[in-house]
Design a protein around this ligand. Sequence first.
Ligand code: ATP
Ligand code: MG
Ligand code: MG
Ligand code: MG
Length: 477
Amino acid sequence: MNKTTNKIRQDFLNFFEKKGHVIIPSSSLVPYDDSTLLFTNAGMNQFKDIFLGQKKSDYPCVATVQRCLRTGGKHNDLENVGYTSKHHTFFEMLGNFSFGNYFKKEAIEYSWELLTSKKWFNIPKNKLWISVYHDDDETYKIWKNVIQVPSQHIIRIGDKNNLKYNSENFWQMGDTGPCGPCTEIFYDYSNNSDLDDSLEFLENKNDRFIEIWNIVFIEFNRISKTKIIPLENKCIDTGMGLERISAVLQNVHSNYDIDIFQILIKNIAKFTKIKDLNHASLKIIADHIRSCTYIIADDIIPSNEHRGYVLRRIIRRALRHGHKIGIKEKFFYKLVSNVIEIMGKSGNVLKQKQEKIEEILKTEEIQFSHTLDKGLKILNLEIQKTHSNVLSGKTVFYLYDTFGFPVDLTADVCREKNIKIDYKNYELCKENQKEQSNFNKKFYKNYNDYIIVNDICTFQGYKKNKVKSLVKYIFVK
Ligand code: ATP
Ligand code: MG
Ligand code: MG
Ligand code: MG
């Protein structure tokens, strides 16, 4: 019998507890006191100040199961959802961390023991491949000499001469903050284990080889685009996607085929006539309901800016996919209880907020349903009309402004039809509208200030030079 996802999560924590780690709860999806980050994107975020030496940790090493969201900034996987088998917007990251305690050798040994020992995950060693940062000889030697991974399975990545891949294997949380070289562990989904050279590995990295675990050697603080400075304490930060290791241990190639996603997907399929459980829209809805449920549980509500707009965009995107597969009823909020059930212990944070989450999603769905259908009709007509395979920025803006279509929702529809979007003109239209609205605001403010005299001419005379155009506007209106 395969291990369930909930068991795998618990096994991970048990393993690291046995290795002397203290188990710390996941932090919120909303980073605490960190303006550089919209949402928590990795297990290490809550320890950022400790890595930077600005705060002392209560413990030398800890382990967590961190809820993460990757929908913007340095780590944005929103566009990948529905197109790759391994990316979610929301996922759980299993991580062990050392704060100036153990370093490279122990971190690598722990990961190898958990993945390969019979007592734990029991993955055949020849199915695992390793990448190391190109000039990190120390790490290379640990894998080769201590762990005894054959050298064909250890690939150096990030070589400056190999531009295509040179941004990899140096992990950074964002544009600034803790960072360092890393070593990653990949699972080989092919039965054919022969490869000629490392380039073949790199070329197949997205499908045949799935990255399951990243071990980062936090040694630097990035303070600007071009400058990194060394940190006093060398720390370990690791992250393994729970859904990815579940796929490996449950012998399936896609995260969407693991136990918890299959339950959710089957449940969503009940709202449609779709029989093919592989349908991308089912996966996207399953992914998005998880993120929305967790985002609202962390006290974000849909709005038109900042985090609230990320949430709104995800909800609307999911609703569009519901529409695409013919769901007629209000369905999205009805999936919340299912999310809570499948998430096991991690679902505990959702339980008390279930009603609130359902209420918010339902309201948002009702509101968007008024414009979704009409907007889609217009979008499809416009797509038919385009000759150049590019949808005009004006149309994208019109859909945004009048029908509440976030630009990525429009882009998602267009992508399915091989149509591109004129982002530049869309931004221009948006900018123009902003200017107009600022102008209006200013005008009304001034208008209120001076209308007390109730005489346009006095008003005009009073601020003649400055508000000429405003006054003109009054007459036009
Ligand atoms: P990839 O190259 O596959 O996009 P990554 O290198 O961006 O992954 P890391 O930042 O190293 O990912 O995060 C650590 C681990 O978290 C990864 O090894 C992977 O197992 C998991 N992970 C990363 N992004 C996602 C995602 N969008 N959905 C699910 N799991 C993810
Ligand atoms: Mg990534
Ligand atoms: Mg990667
Ligand atoms: Mg990685």
